[in-house]
Design a protein around this ligand. Sequence first.
Ligand code: PMP
Length: 393
Amino acid sequence: MNREVYLDNAAATPVRKEVLDEMMPFFDQYYGNPSTVYEAGSKVRAFLEEQRAKVAELISAEPEEIIFTSGGTEANNLAIKGIVFAHRKKGNHIIVSSIEHHSVLNSARFFERFDYEVTFLLVDENGLIDLERLKELIRPETVLVSINHANNEIGTIQPIEEIAAICKEKGVFLHTDAVATVGNIPVNVKELGVDLLSLSGIPLGAPKGTGALYFRKGIRIMPLIHGGIQEKGRRGGTENVPGIVGLGKAAEITLRELPAKIPHVKALRDKLISGILEKVESVKLTGHPEKRLPGHASFCVEAIEGEAMIFMLSAEGIYVNTGSACASKALKTSPVLVAIGVPPELAQGSIVFTFDHNNTEEDIEYVLEKFPSVVEKLRAMSPLWRKKKNNTK
Ligand code: PMP
């Protein structure tokens, strides 16, 4: 039996036992609808509000600044569409970075149909945005700037505090997609200075299909899902009570365990990065070498395809990704790697490892044992590799 090593924690994490236990009674014991006024419902409402406070605490927000959503994608859609629709008199210009998740990119692009202009802010070779360029691009009709806190494909963490200072001075709203950071590094919305922030339950060990949007008190936002009075009229529909309870419990655990998780995953990340760079030739670490997520290592391996590596590693019981899980089946050159200037042929060899608290040093040793031979086998079949070797003879 092969060992199983799971290193795709950005795409999914197991729901934690404590989280599952907390959720269970909300399927059959506390099944009342939280919008009803009798006790079976009002009791559930009280539990729901407790979860809102827990999620708020994780990011140093106030409970009334949290809207529960069906995940990071909906939070990003609600932030962008909700702000742009509610503030359409301010203007018709949106700025997003060129390395956003599709839920941000496509939400912004949606407004091009309504005569909005969308500017895609370029990044440098490490994936960092240029603050001076951002200042130049903001104009009186700019409504919103949306820049991810960290990118899930290359791990680079953006200087959100500095970006927020610029947006505040220029009077534009700032949204950040923090799906890659909440649960992986400390996130404090007050210190970051953002107006809106999206998070997902996935990296926290909460069920898939859970998440939240933080929106600073006093900000006007248009609902996307029109319906009843749930979420103060900002998101209609009976709440996913068990999911929200899971998200709340996972937020509580994350707050408690994050200080120990960070040095643990960072040590594993550094061991993997130095091991791969040492054992495999012609490999490039992508993203910022220091300003990166503690549990994230990403590479481009020359002359072979990411998908082929993923399949061969999976045969050894090692589960990793080529990039964003949401885009990995699209088999297109990653726009994120193109944006940081990786040549298209090299971008084909993308591989991303994301760690969690339950990964061990033995996991990394196992990957370092198997990975070089997977690369070697694939390169033995690669005409590109043969050509490179012939040219360097
Ligand atoms: N933003 C980023 C950076 C992501 O990686 C993802 C996917 N994990 C999302 C948004 C979407 O989150 P969800 O899958 O919860 O909708």
